[in-house]
Ligand binder design. Structure first.
Ligand SMILES: Cc1cc2nc3c(=O)[nH]c(=O)nc-3n(C[C@H](O)[C@H](O)[C@H](O)COP(=O)(O)O)c2cc1C
Length: 182
């Protein structure tokens, strides 16, 4: 797949199956994340991989968060199942460093770019992904369990796996609605 086709046609896939990327393919995904634009080379990224037993650990954290909210049993059950929508979830965290010239928002944006790059790298290698946050990304119990502190941000849970359904068509969008020239 050439780079422009990837950029123009990428879709997110909600149904993702085994196998998840492993070995060199997974390393390529991390390396793509590490190529995110990065003001002042602060490397504001952490990639926390859940796969195999790690999926249950992530599910347990979400359940703990739901229970801390006093959630209904149905919500707790949904939280328990949430990670299993794919065989692998990479939690991408913006790890913020205080800096005179690089505000927190730029470091958050950089982590967002990392998520996008990692999803692209997955697609380029025959896998697919889905970027999710939901309320769990901002929940204090989840943040604490994953060591996300202060201005750090869970930029996304990147669900990864092998396509388990056909991709939806790419929306045709009218450029004139989005593009302005000064
Ligand atoms: C920061 C961020 C958080 C997102 N969180 C969710 C989410 O929690 N649940 C969801 O269904 N989609 C979420 N999305 C959107 C999907 O990742 C996806 O982009 C959307 O479903 C459109 O599909 P497409 O990527 O194929 O165009 C999020 C996107 C971004 C950028």
């Amino acid at each position: 797949m050439d780079a422009l086709s990837l950029l123009l046609n990428r879709r997110s896939l909600p149904k993702l199956m085994e196998p998840a990327p492993q070995g060199e393919e997974l390393e390529n995904i991390f390396r793509a994340g590490l190529r995110a634009p990065d003001h002042a080379a602060l490397t504001p990224w952490r990639f926390i991989v859940s796969h195999g037993e790690g999926m249950q650990r992530l599910a347990d954290i979400l359940v703990e968060a739901a229970k801390a909210d006093g959630a209904e049993p149905a919500v707790v059950e949904k939280a328990a199942k949430a990670p299993y929508r794919a065989p692998m979830v990479i939690t991408v965290v913006a790890k913020v460093t205080e800096h005179d010239k690089v505000p927190v928002i730029e470091q958050h944006l950089s982590a967002g770019c990392a998520v996008q790059a990692m999803q692209m790298a997955a697609v380029a290698q025959g896998f697919s992904g889905y970027w999710r946050t939901g309320k769990w990304a901002y929940h204090p119990v989840v943040r604490e369990a994953l060591g996300v502190q202060g201005d750090d941000l869970i930029a996304g849970f990147l669900y990864l796996g092998t396509p388990g359904c056909r991709e939806a068509k790419v929306f045709e969008r009218d450029l004139t609605q989005f593009v302005e020239y000064l």
